[in-house]
Design a protein. Sequence first.
Length: 136
Amino acid sequence: MMPAFICVFSVAAFVQFFVSYCRSMVAHSITVALSDNLREFAGMQSQSVGANDFDRFQQLLRLCPALNEGKREVRAVGAYYSGLSMLSSAFCSMVPAVAAWAERERQNCSYFVAVILDQRIAQSRDLCLQQVSASF
């Protein structure tokens, strides 16, 4: 009985810290404005990022070279996004407030990936400019 209690407590503590970690990364990214380069590259029609744009931004992120560390953060937010998707679909009809909160969090996760993609585009552009200027 005691090992089961310890296991359940450990998993609950891990989930709590994981959610806090992901929410802090996502909250920090919301303060960053997206560039016009990203909007053009991603083919964004509107000014806002939608909750369902996560997969598209993640696919575009795979096309950009990873010049800095950030893969772990993107994977963590991806797992958080998947958990939110399950939570949203499970509670969409029973508790609309939870589903609405999960949808807002999913939108923030999509914005996080858009910010990372924007940073990678800027780094790739700077690296290309450095290489071009060094060759002359």
